[in-house]
Design a protein around this ligand. Structure first.
Ligand SMILES: NC(=O)c1ccc[n+]([C@@H]2O[C@H](COP(=O)([O-])OP(=O)(O)OC[C@H]3O[C@@H](n4cnc5c(N)ncnc54)[C@H](OP(=O)(O)O)[C@@H]3O)[C@@H](O)[C@H]2O)c1
Length: 230
């Protein structure tokens, strides 16, 4: 049987990874882990000054780090891969302003549309089926991938943790893009990127976070996900 040859993938070290909302816990945590892995990272914010300050924190103690901060639109324009790490209620409005900047870019949506009430967290209904689906409909010229929904920001930001022990379920419709995002997960020690289906299946992953939050509250932990037999 002839072995299938996958299209060649870029060297991660040649890529610029932008993080929109990179000043928040999740974006900052991912940025920090990728900076520690020697990758080039750009931190995005609605305010340039805030982005620059957080970029400084992300690079702390890493003399060779290539980390800078700027407003979200500038970060989107210069990055090869762009992570969207803003709250769901600001998600659609932000992406609608970045259609051109994100054209041709792999967009990694980590957003969990969740509500909270007395019973804890619950999944919100999203007209497009998921936040990632919403991103894809707003950004027809981009390849949207859903990933990192279940990764604890507390663990990402804990420098004492050498490894972040978790699988990252990756969904998307573009094989090259999901392969790339799996490799971005693999670049963080302890993490493993696992392909988990097409973008239409992103909603279940986003919703599962509500269950993980319930686990966290009951057991006082920062639970992640590990698949067996893969
Ligand atoms: N925290 C976690 O453990 C975790 C885990 C997995 C996934 N997530 C997902 O990751 C996303 C970010 O989570 P987070 O905890 O980092 O959130 P966050 O701290 O509340 O927000 C992240 C950043 O988003 C920007 N932002 C806030 N409101 C905005 C709006 N209306 N429009 C545009 N930008 C806005 C802010 O940056 P500026 O003010 O600097 O612009 C903020 O620092 C969420 O969608 C969450 O569901 C979080």
């Amino acid at each position: 049987m002839t072995e299938r040859v996958e299209p060649s993938q870029p060297d991660l070290a040649d890529l610029t990874i932008g993080v929109l909302g990179g000043t928040g816990e999740q974006g900052r945590g991912l940025a920090r882990r990728w900076a520690r892995a020697g990758l080039r990272v750009r931190v995005g914010s609605r305010q340039a000054q805030r982005a620059v300050a957080i970029a400084h924190d992300v690079a702390a103690g890493l003399p060779d780090a290539d980390v800078a901060g700027d407003v979200n639109a500038s970060v989107a324009a210069v990055s090869d891969v762009v992570v969207v790490a803003v709250p769901y209620d600001g998600h659609a409005a932000l992406l609608a302003t970045l259609v051109e900047e994100l054209r041709g870019t792999v967009v990694v949506d980590v957003v969990n549309p969740l509500g909270f009430d007395k019973q804890g967290a619950f999944a919100l209904a999203v007209p497009e089926g998921s936040a990632a689906g919403q991103a894809q409909s707003l950004l027809p010229g981009s390849s949207v991938v859903g990933a990192f929904h279940h990764v604890s920001a507390v663990h990402l930001l804990d420098d004492a943790l050498a490894e972040v022990d978790t699988d990252v379920l990756v969904v998307g419709d573009d094989r090259a893009a999901t392969d790339l995002v799996q490799r971005l997960a693999d670049a963080i020690p302890g993490m493993r990127g696992v392909y988990a289906g097409r973008l239409r299946n992103a909603g279940q992953l986003e919703a599962l976070t509500a269950n993980l939050i319930s686990v966290n509250r009951r057991y006082k932990v920062h639970a992640g996900v590990r698949l067996t037999d893969v």
